[in-house]
Structure formats: structure tokens, C-alpha cells
Design a protein around this ligand. Structure first.
Ligand SMILES: [Zn+2]
Length: 337
């Protein structure tokens, strides 16, 4: 069977390229001016109306956070306290009366009359007599604490006026190496006590300390005897000494000048003792009573004379200074030095 030749199939022509679509643009097209109402100011041709994305604000992320340095949480009652109000209340919680730690400068400011504090031995600094080296050298620790606190050591001493009474005042600072008593603390306090004796002034020492400073070994322990001896001369001159114990007052300081006051006051809730409660519990193997080594516990047992809230301390001191100076004539030096 003959097959008639089929005509060649038509050769497909090459596909014609599709016309290129104009690029999709999401930019808003410029609105052509209405010819019937010509625009007063024709839009510039090279500045089509587009939405320009605003650059993001560089810097802080937009998180709803409480700014630091404005609020402080009370560790006892968890109330959020406005820092400004806390400062005005001398760092005492307005809800539960918790006493926050306070630096020596703030405390002096809260007690003495403005511009009456004449500081003594402000530049006295410790030396590293033992060449002590632990995790860090004693010298490097001293430098670090001097930078962080702005103090030279853990006590500030001077002569001041409280109300109408001149007095010798020493204030310890727990922020400087835990308020530890080294040779500078002992020497500054001894000089203060001797100045008070010489000028016939009442003496006030506000203590807060973890005890003798281990970096100075025996030199620290010697300060206990030195300060106590100076206080004996002050007492012999029949001059009053008020010791104020704040949280915490322990160990070598508690075993020397802190407990030698004619009147011993304490802040509410302050921990006061020689060794810590854990050491005592481990040593005696006895269960310690609740509230052991707090100011309230010691007041009940007669070790301290009164508990005075921080914001009442100045008025109380003025009252007590009035009692001890009453009946003395001016030549005793108590009313004026
Ligand atoms: Zn509180």
C-alpha cells in the first residue's frame, strides 16, 4: 500500500518574545493634575509622591521596663519604693520600717548641723605591712574600695555640732571592706576620742562592722586595746560616750569600743553579736532562740539601752546630749569647746 507522502508539517515559528511588562511598582503614582482646575503649584516631576519609611530610632529598644535608679524594692516587704522618697526618709522603708544600709557621709549629713562637721585625718590610709596576698593583694583591694566609695578607709571622724551641742563624731561605713577595723580605723577613732577628752566633748561613735581586718593581722587586733584605753581616759574625765550600733555590728568592734558606751543605742532590726549565729549553733549544738542577735532580742536582755529608728536619731541625740550637759557649767567644755 502506497502511502502518499504527507506534506511536511509546518515548522513552528520561534516563539515571539512576550512584550516586557512594566516593572511592578508599589509607589503611589503621581496624581495627574486636573486639567480643568490647574494646580497652582505643579508637582515637581523628579519628586514623585512616595511613602518614605522613617528611619528607626536608634538606641533603646521599646520595652516597657522600669528605669534603673528610680525605684528600689524593699527586701523585707517587697514594696517598690520611689528612690527620691526613700532618700528623703533616710533610706527607711515607709511601709515596714526596714532600714536599708546607709553610707557614712549620708549618715553624717542626716545628723549634724549644716557646715559644722570638721573632718579629722581625712587622708589617713592603710599600708600593707604584712605583704598580704590572697585572691588579690591588700593594696589592690584598698585601691578598689577607695575608688568605689570615695573614702580612704572604713571610718569618718570629726568634730561637729548636733542641735546646739558640740560633739566628737565617728561614723563607720560597711561599704568599705565590710567596715572592717584595721589600723586606720583604730587610729582615727583613738585620735577622735583623745581630741574629745582634750576638748571636753561628748563622744558619739556609730558602728557597723564585720570585725577586725584580717589583711592586717595582729595590727587590727591591737586596735581593740588601743581604742578601749583611750575610752577609759575619756570616761575618767567624766565625759559621756554614746555608742550607736547599726546593722551589722560584730566581732572585734563589738568586743571593744562598740559595747563600752555609757548609753548604747541600736537601729531596729540590726544584727549585733560577736560570732555569727551559724558559728554559735555549730559550736554549741544548741537550737538558737528566734530573733537571736537582733537589736530587739538584746534590748529585752539589757545589753542595749534603746532602739531608735534612724529618722528619730538626731532628735534623740539632742535630747540625751541635753541631759548629760545639764547642770554643767561652760568651763567643763561640754557646752562649748
Ligand atoms: Zn518594706
Amino acid at each position: 500500500m502506497n502511502v502518499s507522502p504527507q506534506p511536511n508539517p509546518p515548522v513552528p515559528s520561534p516563539p515571539t518574545p512576550l512584550p516586557l511588562l512594566p516593572p511592578v511598582s508599589f509607589a503611589k503614582k503621581p496624581v495627574p493634575p486636573d486639567p480643568s482646575e490647574p494646580a497652582v503649584t505643579p508637582p515637581p516631576k523628579d519628586n514623585p509622591t512616595t511613602f518614605v519609611k522613617k528611619p528607626k530610632m536608634a538606641g533603646k529598644p521599646r520595652k516597657r521596663e522600669i528605669p534603673e535608679g528610680l525605684w528600689t524594692k524593699c527586701p523585707k516587704c517587697s514594696t517598690m519604693l520611689f528612690d527620691k522618697e526613700l532618700d528623703e526618709n533616710l533610706k527607711v522603708c515607709s511601709q515596714c520600717q526596714y532600714h536599708f544600709p546607709i553610707g557614712s557621709r549620708e549618715r553624717i549629713h542626716s545628723l549634724v548641723e549644716t557646715c559644722t562637721f570638721e573632718e579629722m585625718d581625712a587622708q589617713m590610709t592603710s599600708v600593707d605591712a604584712l605583704g598580704f596576698t590572697g585572691v588579690a593583694t591588700y593594696t589592690s583591694k584598698l585601691e578598689a574600695y577607695q575608688r568605689s566609695t570615695g573614702l580612704k578607709d572604713a571610718v569618718v571622724t570629726g568634730i561637729c555640732r548636733i542641735g546646739e551641742h558640740r560633739a566628737a563624731l565617728g561614723v563607720m561605713d560597711f561599704g568599705f571592706l565590710g567596715g572592717s577595723m584595721g589600723s586606720v580605723v583604730g587610729e582615727k577613732l583613738t585620735r577622735l576620742i583623745e581630741r574629745a577628752t582634750e576638748k571636753g566633748l561628748p563622744l558619739i561613735i556609730i558602728s557597723t562592722s564585720g570585725g577586725a581586718r584580717m589583711y592586717e593581722g595582729m595590727f587590727s587586733l591591737m586596735q581593740m586595746a588601743k581604742t578601749s584605753a583611750a575610752l577609759a581616759y575619756h570616761a575618767k574625765a567624766r565625759l559621756p560616750y554614746f555608742s550607736i550600733l547599726t546593722h551589722p555590728t560584730t566581732a572585734g568592734v563589738m568586743a571593744s569600743y562598740a559595747t563600752l558606751g555609757d548609753l548604747i543605742l541600736a537601729e531596729p532590726g540590726a544584727m549585733i553579736g560577736f560570732a555569727g549565729p551559724r558559728v554559735i549553733k555549730d559550736t554549741t549544738q544548741a537550737e538558737l532562740p528566734p530573733g537571736f542577735q537582733t537589736a530587739e532580742f538584746l534590748l529585752e536582755r539589757g545589753l542595749i539601752d534603746a532602739i531608735v529608728p534612724r529618722n528619730e536619731l538626731k532628735e534623740r541625740l539632742i535630747t540625751y546630749l541635753g541631759y548629760v550637759t545639764a547642770g554643767r557649767n561652760c568651763s567643763s567644755g561640754l557646752a562649748k569647746s
